[in-house]
Design a protein around this ligand. Sequence first.
Ligand code: SF4
Length: 151
Amino acid sequence: MSFLQNHPALLETAYDATTRVLRPWRRWLRRGGAAEKLFIVAEQVGKGAVFDCRMCGECVLHHTGMTCPMTCPKKMRNGPCGGVRPDGGCEVLPDRPCVWTEAWQRAAHMPKYGGEIRLIQPPLDRRQQDRSAWINELLGLPDSVPQRWAE
Ligand code: SF4
């Protein structure tokens, strides 16, 4: 499914459209309810196929060039580690490109959210693992730490 990831402007449009469709239903959504179970299955299947989603529960795809940072072997959510190879390869898995070199290249083709790759992501709340990221997006995370911009 890297075709879609390599056309991130399409995914950006799909993200916006999905948000617009789901937002009016917010008031009927509850954490832990039947709707969340449906969302979880949909995310496992859909985002799993397209992004190799690891169900972290706090999706940052539109900030990271539509590239899932949780597929990084070190789970780096704020840019690459210091081990990126000169050819842009991963330090841990040299036969793979660094997730962050891909994220950076893809973000350059995202007219709306591409610049948000410079946002500093707050620490991941591991309690959200295997929860629905869409429910968290729509209802807001409890005790969330605001993002800030890199200088
Ligand atoms: S950032 Fe989290 S929710 Fe989004 S695709 Fe990656 S693992 Fe899945």
